[in-house]
Ligand binder design. Structure first.
Ligand SMILES: [Zn+2]
Length: 431
């Protein structure tokens, strides 16, 4: 039977991303490599992009020279690891001198991305890099028996202007997906009959969780579903409980960023395998933060990039039951650098994650929360459920184990999901 969307996918990809097919084929081959083969391939590519950046990017040339390190003639991993990391604000400030000459590339795409703190980063992504990134997602799909041309449900931001919506709907038709613009219970319910044809659900994990909550009593059927993919947010254990119940499968995490590409993709056995063909990952021994080098981004190299997430890596001898040997990220625990201020002490915002994780595992209670700090020594925790003395007792008792000088209040607020984009578990209103 002719699959229209598959045909359309191939036709579109040949025009826009001609190298996607070669990248995908290669990725399917190397995913079976041993860990030592992958490490070797990874270092070869690392050396290659460092040398290219040294020769063709003014910014990195200077950075390598400052470290007295010529990656083309005297490569060593030790020297590489001493190189000063690059930060997002530098990608913005030195944008032009980071870019390598346009003439190296047949085609480049203009990309714009904004962070949670609001600053906007723009850059040019060369065709091979863009295609590689798409191929890496395609490979992730393939682990679940899904394809990029399959029917998708896609969660997206809110408050989109009408004209933009029309454009997006047209674009979505071409890639066989429909997306949700609003978090409106009625609109979500209307979707139910269409869900049985969906093969892939993707979007922010918290939205996928919200949908499951909303439809849990409607006996939804997901007969065709192969993959539920969560991006950009932490997946809490209680998200997975309800996902297993409603979607009949857990949420698989895709971890990456626009500038770094796909960093890791979760396999059907639940491990986030590092995309060794596309990124070189280090963990900063000082703050636990990820340092990532994109191995494909020749038009706009990001070498030793401090992405801002804190990660935990699996020990190198850890073997995943799926058989793939690429190294594994155990957990993306949160953003580094976000601070909660007590009267005298300072705490990492990650503390909140541990408090609610403990309550979940010890008391078997899942609490949807978002914490807000308006004033030092005080913090509001917004919850979706009714605030009872029992709930207060539960949260305050656990919190006391971590916070010694913060006065907490619980507030019932149902609608804290109503903001665009990523759901943050801690919002600081302090300067
Ligand atoms: Zn695995």
């Amino acid at each position: 039977m002719l699959n229209f969307h598959k045909w359309l996918f191939f036709k579109g990809a040949k025009k826009r991303n001609p190298s996607i097919f070669a990248h995908f084929e290669e990725l399917k081959k190397t995913e079976q490599s041993s860990q030592s083969e992958l490490l070797k391939l990874n270092e070869e590519r690392l050396k290659k992009i460092c040398c290219f950046a040294f020769q063709h990017s003014d910014f990195y040339k200077k950075r390598f020279e400052e470290a007295n390190f010529n990656p083309c003639t005297s490569w060593s991993l030790e020297a590489f690891r001493k190189l000063k990391p690059v930060e997002k604000k530098e990608l913005i400030e030195f944008n032009e001198s980071i870019h390598t000459p346009k003439s190296f590339f047949k085609k480049r795409f203009f990309v714009e991305t904004s962070g949670t703190s609001g600053e906007i980063l723009t850059f040019h992504r060369d065709e091979s890099w863009d295609s590689f990134n798409r191929a890496a997602i395609w490979r992730g799909y393939s682990w679940f028996g899904a394809n990029p041309w399959d029917r998708k449900l896609y969660f997206w931001g809110y408050n989109t202007a009408p004209l933009k919506r029309i454009k997006l709907i047209l674009m979505d038709f071409l890639v066989n997906r429909f997306r949700l613009f609003d978090y409106d219970p009625e609109k979500l319910r209307k979707l139910l009959p269409r869900l049985k044809h969906v093969k892939i659900i993707e979007g922010y994990s918290s939205m996928i969780y919200e949908l499951a909550n909303l439809i849990k009593n409607d006996n939804p059927s997901f007969d065709s579903l192969k993959l539920v993919k969560g991006t950009s947010e932490k997946v809490f254990p209680h998200y997975q409980d309800i996902a297993r119940r409603i979607y009949k499968m857990p949420i698989a995490n895709e971890y990456g960023s626009t500038e770094s590409g796909i960093i890791a993709f979760e396999c059907p056995k639940g491990s986030m395998h590092i995309n060794m063909e596309g990124v070189h990952v280090e963990r900063d021994s000082e703050d636990g933060g990820i340092i990532v080098t994109n191995l494909q981004s020749f038009s706009f190299p990001t070498i030793r990039y401090k992405l801002g997430d804190e990660i935990v890596l699996a020990p190198s001898e850890y073997k995943c039951a799926c058989g793939m040997e690429s190294p594994i990220i155990m957990e993306v625990t949160g953003r580094i650098g976000k601070k909660i201020f007590g009267k005298n002490q300072i705490y990492p915002s990650l503390t909140l994650y541990y408090i609610f994780k403990n309550i979940y595992f010890n008391e078997n209670r899942s609490i949807d929360f978002q914490a807000h700090q308006y004033q030092k020594g005080r913090m509001e925790i917004w919850v979706k459920e009714k605030v009872t003395p029992e709930l207060e007792n539960l949260v305050f008792t656990e919190a006391k184990k971590y916070f010694s000088d913060i006065e907490l209040t619980l507030k019932e607020k149902y609608d804290f999901r109503q903001q665009a984009g990523k759901l943050r578990d801690f919002v600081s209103h302090l300067d």
